[in-house]
Structures are given as C-alpha cells and as structure tokens.
Design a protein around this ligand. Structure first.
Ligand SMILES: Cc1cc2nc3c(=O)[nH]c(=O)nc-3n(C[C@H](O)[C@H](O)[C@H](O)COP(=O)(O)OP(=O)(O)OC[C@H]3O[C@@H](n4cnc5c(N)ncnc54)[C@H](O)[C@@H]3O)c2cc1C
Length: 342
C-alpha cells in the first residue's frame, strides 16, 4: 500500500499563484506540498509564454514567463516545498474538521488540514487536429507530446503545425529520425525566427520535406500509422510515408476533476469569500485564475494578493491555538530568520 503523505497544506497547481502561496504560508510556519499535472512548475507562464515579456508585475518593469517562474522558485527556496510533478489531483475527500484525503492519478495519497486550489484554467490538453479518424492512432502512433526522444529514433516522422513546438521538435528530432516531413497550412511560421531559419536549412540540405497544405486522411491498421494524404495549397495531393505523427495545434484548458470536489462552481470557476479566499467548503481555498468574485481580474498580481489573505486564514486551521501577529519582512527579525537573511 502507498504511504500517506501528511502535510499542513496541499496546493493543487504550481502556477505563479500556487508558487507564491508557498511564500505567504511559509512566513507563518505552514508547510506545503504542491502537485501539478505538468512536468514543470510555472503554470501558464512556463507552458504558454515562457519567452514573452510580462510588464505588470509590481516593481518589476519587465520579466519573461520563464524569468518570473525562476524568481518565484528562488523566493520560496527557504520554505523547501515538495513538488509532485506529472501528477493530477483526482479526488478530494473530507475526513476531518477540516482535514482532507487527496489522491492523484499516480496513486499518491495526501492528508492535509488545508487544500489550496490554484489550478488556473484547469488542466492543459492538446488540441486535436481536424483530421478524420485521428483518435484511432492516438497513444500508439500519434503523439501530442515528446516525453522521451529515444522513442522516436529511426522513425518516419510527420510533424504538423507552424508554432514553436512544431519547429522545436522538427529541429530536435531530425538528427535521430529515419525520415521527416513537416506539414503546415501556410508558408508562414509563428515560431521563433531563428528556428524558422534552421528549419529552412534542413529543407535546403534535403533532411526535411516541407509540405504546405492540410492532412486530409490517415492510413494504417490497429492504431499503427503507415501514411498520410496531404492536400497541398496548389490543390494537388501528396502522399507521405510515415509511422509516427506529431501534431502541435496548441493547448486548451479543461477544468478536469476540480468539478467533482463538492465545491460550488459558477461558469467553471470557484466562488470565494474575498476576505479569506475560502470556498464554500471550510478549509478549501481557491486562488488565482480558478476563482471568481465581483471585480475579479485574471492577473498574476491578483493571485499574489489572494495567496497572502488565504494564508492568514489557513494558519488558523493549522495552528488553532496560535496568536498570529502581523509583521513586515523589512523589520521583523523573526521573518528574516525564516527567510535565512538574518
Ligand atoms: C499568453 C498569455 C499572456 C499573459 N500575460 C499576462 C500578463 O502580462 N500579466 C498577467 O498578470 N497575467 C498574464 N496572463 C495570465 C496569467 O498567466 C494567469 O493569470 C496566471 O498564470 C494564473 O496563475 P495560476 O497560478 O492561477 O494558474 P496557472 O498558471 O494556470 O497554473 C495552474 C496550474 O494548475 C495545474 N493543475 C490544474 N488542475 C490540476 C489538477 N487537478 N491537479 C494538478 N495540477 C493541476 C495546471 O497544470 C497548471 O500548471 C497571461 C496569460 C496568457 C495565456
């Protein structure tokens, strides 16, 4: 049987708001574990716009999505949070007042006094390409992510898309592929200019076949792809030999299991009390993009504020008998000790 992990607080989602919540809880001596479906921390900042600049983080004139994630990780280091990546929180069961038993799809079991839902827009899911019958090949020869590059060695690979993911995987997998074709609906790529240039060099050197058009049909048996038909933009049809297809059509966000945890929902968002960011279930809080209240703005700075107020109420569940005194990090030697700066 799996051992149960006991923690003061379990945070669902390691996006910017989940990460900053660790800091606010840590200042009050509250320990946190975080779980995220993704293989990395940073939520939307890391997954959707790592290289894009953000201009509205207070006191930071410009920082990229990746830069903000790195800075938050540095800021919460003194509190030593434990991360469980590549896992999705599936079930939440109330076992005390408050106390929760929470399980992930990987079978990890947590028991916590407080649950903080910082799940953003929910789980990221790849968009399916508009190709009839593609479902039949998914997981076997059609993949929406590259988890292990070695799995693609010696394959006849068809990559579909024109953004950064399509280009990055074209460049990274090209040296180990047996053959490679890139299909995009127009001869104009949204990816980084440097990647576009490198991709064109592969075409010029005969290592990559570039086709401008749309996949109309897949051929194969029992989930194993053997070929694809492309309708080219000059209205001719081309046949591609491939045993693997990697479509990169972007990601959508789906609420996922959060809907089954007994929380009130309004348009797939969790209503909260704006003094504490607690939900309708005492001990379960919701911060960041996942919550709703009058005037809510889906901004990172709103989620930071929400995390600070959440921590003030959460600490009362973790240490019911402790008197919490409000302190500034500038002047409190006690807080500075916790931060390791004094
Ligand atoms: C292109 C773009 C540009 C943006 N620019 C700005 C900007 O300039 N300024 C600004 O303030 N905001 C900006 N935003 C919005 C900002 O990114 C969001 O407000 C912020 O990411 C919300 O943070 P979060 O922590 O609430 O959620 P998210 O960043 O969405 O993170 C939530 C995390 O929860 C995880 N998760 C969900 N469900 C589960 C589950 N069941 N189990 C485990 N993990 C789960 C997800 O995998 C995800 O990693 C931008 C957004 C986009 C898409």
């Amino acid at each position: 049987m799996t051992e149960t992990i006991k923690t003061d607080v379990l945070i669902v989602g390691a996006g910017p708001c989940g990460l900053f919540a660790v800091f606010e809880l840590g200042l009050l001596d509250v320990k946190a574990h975080l779980v995220d479906i993704l293989d990395k921390v940073g939520g939307q900042c890391a997954e959707l716009y790592p290289e894009k600049p953000i201009y509205d983080i207070p006191g930071v004139p410009m920082i990229t999505g990746h830069g903000l994630t790195e800075a938050l990780m540095e800021q919460i280091k003194p509190f030593n949070p434990t991360f469980h990546l590549n896992e999705m929180i599936e079930t939440v069961e109330k076992i005390g007042d408050p106390e929760f038993r929470v399980t992930t799809n990987a079978g990890t079991v947590f028991e916590c006094k407080v649950l903080v839902v910082a799940a953003g827009g929910g789980s990221f899911q790849p968009k399916r390409p508009p190709v009839p019958g593609v479902e039949a090949y998914e997981g076997k020869s059609v993949h929406y992510a590259v988890r292990k590059m070695e799995d693609f060695r010696g394959k006849d690979i068809l990559i579909v898309g024109g953004g950064d993911s399509a280009l990055d995987w074209t460049l990274n997998l090209n040296p180990i592929a047996k053959s490679m074709t890139l299909v995009h609906r127009r001869d104009d790529f949204r990816g980084a200019p440097h990647s576009v240039e490198q991709m064109r060099q592969l075409v010029a050197s005969g290592k990559l076949d570039l086709k401008i058009g749309q996949i109309t049909e897949l051929q194969g048996d029992n989930g194993q792809l053997s070929g694809a038909t492309v309708k080219l933009n000059d209205n001719t049809v081309s046949q591609i030999k491939c045993d693997t297809m990697l479509p990169f059509f972007g990601l959508t966000m789906k609420l996922g299991p959060v809907a089954n945890w007994g929380l009130h929902l309004e348009n797939n968002l969790i209503p909260v009390d704006t003094g504490t960011f607690e939900t309708n279930v005492p001990g379960i809080f919701a911060i960041g993009d996942i919550n709703t209240y009058p005037g809510k703005l889906k901004l990172i700075l709103s989620g930071f504020h929400e995390g600070a107020l959440m921590a003030q109420k959460a600490v009362k569940y973790v240490y019911p008998d402790k008197r919490v005194v409000f302190q500034y990090t500038t002047s409190s030697t006690n807080l500075q000790k916790k931060l390791g700066v004094n």
